[in-house]
Design a protein around this ligand. Structure first.
Ligand SMILES: C[S@@+](CC[C@H](N)C(=O)[O-])C[C@H]1O[C@@H](n2cnc3c(N)ncnc32)[C@H](O)[C@@H]1O
Length: 595
């Protein structure tokens, strides 16, 4: 699950998570999650046993939670449901833990006695085995939209596979002035030489010291071996078992274009230069575990990669029902390992697979499936991927080039990468390579647009009508680029009324799209709601000043509601809860008072 959280300004880059992602009309948060999966009968209660992960809501208000569980257990008693042996004394018991339903108690006393042990295993999901996804997290009770599903610390972090240099001590930005006195890898300060992250690997890296790196912002192959080496050196038995237990896709990697790079910069480097004497298969396994399960995140103002073994059990879906945040800052004061929070974005009913997206929510089907196949080695078969219209959005639909036709062109079989595309009106077929060429050329054009002024992106919206459906991804991408820039790089006191109105219109359009691709309490919806509220606030201020007879109360009331709704979503990110949301509001107000 390498989910790119790097560039919040590019639509493709998150809208997963989040950057990990949402927009449906207000009512959509209540939307029922329809993607109930068929689950094979074998449901194992636990795969990872990650000590570091905690059940939702149990840590801070432990006693409160205990009381709540007890109350619910009392309710369960009345229901007379299933029964089983009491988890403490073995007597027949009719009450189960209200959070996870996986353990029975005959009395409050027994539940209380078990809580200290059970709390670390108590979660609203179990690990099941799916005939397509393999192991995956399955809700073991109904989960409400917005509920925290899990919180866990990474068990390993370090540089990205093909990233720029990071300090091997704290993972911040290294400086040209400090390198480790032994292995010569860049650090940010001499203190980092003895950091707990770097200590074990340094004697190995010393055998093949890092060559001087002139450009600390460019990707360097010298970093590709670091994370596999850190995994190999993990000798704390529980953590090592968790790593070994993860899927690695080694055979797929060996057949993939990634193999040449892995062979050279990881396998051969560790064996021949660093002198790693363990079996080659073990190195491959670690490289594969990292590719299959590694998650990218911001840490110490850098992008790094880490493994969260419980979150690694979440399957992918192109319309996810959960999101995650990795807090960049330490909130619980214990250590500097990043913490991941996984939240339900929509109601998830018992028995449903809990999933997030491993790719860009705003990629179209061809690149989305290609990306998943290339990086995670599976062909996605979700309902969005199997629908040529992408759930009625026409997000990847093109326009027929036959004279006077102007019909819309979609794939005949979206799950076959080589299938032809066909015009709905004249039924002419298009070779998929032609489709790819059109996409590639418009993509290149859009990517290279100068974004330092609004005009080039605004102009793009009036181009290519003869090629792209009006709801095509590229138009949404350009609109999202402008949404993010109006009120930021181009402050509200410097844009005109019609630009504010356009931002409002595009926010509403994107919210409709997000209702479909990223519904509920996704970060994408939270961001769009914030931007819509900001543009409405700017517009009402503008109107009050220049057209004082016009009534703006309705606009202001909508803006207020949107702000609260955005806050509810975005403050789930612990980094926002410590004040980033408030800072965003401050920036907005500082612009509005200058209108
Ligand atoms: C991070 S792992 C998830 C856990 C994994 N299923 C296991 O058994 O360890 C990612 C891998 O799960 C599988 N997977 C996840 N979501 C999938 C999906 N929607 N369709 C098919 N395979 C999926 C793929 O093999 C993918 O490379």
């Amino acid at each position: 699950m390498v989910i790119n959280t790097e560039d919040k300004n590019e639509v493709q880059s998150e809208l997963n998570s989040e950057t990990k992602t949402e927009e449906k009309s207000e009512s959509s948060t209540e939307e029922k999650n329809e993607t109930k999966d068929e689950i094979q009968s074998e449901i194992k209660s636990e795969v990872n046993g990650n000590d570091k992960s905690e059940i939702v809501g149990n840590n801070d208000a432990e006693n409160k939670e205990e009381e709540k569980n007890e109350d619910n257990t009392e309710k369960n008693k009345k229901k007379k449901g299933k029964q089983g042996p009491c988890g403490i004394c073995g007597k027949d018991a009719h009450q189960s833990c209200s959070q996870c339903s996986s353990v029975y108690y005959c009395s409050r006393d027994c539940q209380r006695e078990d809580w200290k042990i059970h709390k670390s295993k108590c979660r609203p999901f179990v690990i099941g085995k799916h005939k397509i996804y393999g192991r995956h997290a399955v809700a073991n009770r109904d989960i409400a939209a917005g509920e925290l599903i899990m919180r866990e610390k990474s068990i390993i972090i370090g540089p990205r596979h093909r990233g720029a240099p990071v300090c091997l001590g704290c993972h911040g930005k290294p400086t040209p002035h400090f390198t480790c006195s032994k292995c010569k890898y860049p650090l940010c300060s001499p203190d980092c030489e003895s950091s707990r992250y770097h200590q074990a690997e340094c004697p190995y890296l010393e055998k093949a010291p890092c060559p001087p790196i002139s450009d600390l912002s460019a990707a360097s192959p010298a970093y590709e071996c670091i994370m596999p080496l850190r995994c190999l050196l993990q000798n704390e038995p529980k953590l090592r078992k968790q790593i070994d237990n993860l899927q690695s896709h080694v055979e797929d990697i060996k057949r993939s274009p990634l193999d040449a790079d892995i062979n050279k910069n990881i396998i051969q480097f560790l064996k021949e230069r660093v002198g790693w004497s363990g079996p080659e298969a073990e190195i491959y396994k670690m490289a594969g575990v990292l590719i299959t399960n590694g998650m990218e995140m911001q840490h110490n103002q850098n992008t790094v990669r880490g493994i969260f073994p419980s979150a690694a059990m979440l399957a992918h879906d192109c319309v996810p029902n959960a999101k995650y945040y990795v807090s960049e800052f330490t909130h619980d004061g214990d250590d500097s390992d990043p913490t991941m929070y996984v939240y339900a974005t929509v109601p998830i009913s018992k028995g449903t697979s809990i999933n997030f997206t491993y790719t860009g929510t705003l990629y179209t089907t061809l690149p989305r499936r290609q990306h998943l196949q290339f990086t995670k080695f599976f062909p996605c078969t979700c309902r969005r991927c199997s629908d040529p219209t992408e759930l009625g959005t026409d997000f990847g639909t093109l326009v027929c080039d036959k004279t006077d036709c102007k019909g819309y062109v979609e794939s005949c079989h979206p799950m076959h990468a080589l299938a032809p595309w066909r015009c709905r009106k004249c039924h002419q077929d298009f070779d998929v390579n032609k489709v790819k060429m059109i996409n590639e050329s418009v993509f290149q054009e859009l990517s290279s647009i100068d974004r330092t002024t609004p005009k080039p992106l605004e102009d793009f919206l009036n181009k290519h009508q003869d090629l792209l459906h009006p709801n095509h991804r590229f138009y949404h991408e350009a609109k999202y680029g402008l949404i993010q820039r109006y009120g930021n790089r181009f402050p509200y006191n410097e844009i005109n009324k019609s630009q504010m109105e356009n931002k409002i219109k595009w926010c509403r359009e994107l919210l409709k799209l997000a209702d479909i691709f990223s519904p509920g309490m996704s970060t994408f919806r939270g961001d769009l709601k914030f931007e819509l509220h900001a543009a409405l606030s700017a517009l009402s201020t503008h109107v009050r000043k220049f057209e004082p007879t016009v009534i703006v109360e309705e606009i202001e009331s909508e803006a207020k509601k949107l702000q609260e709704s955005a806050r509810e979503i975005l403050e789930q990110n612990p980094d926002n809860a410590v004040g980033l949301f408030a800072k965003r509001l401050d920036v907005l107000h500082s612009q509005i008072i200058r209108i």
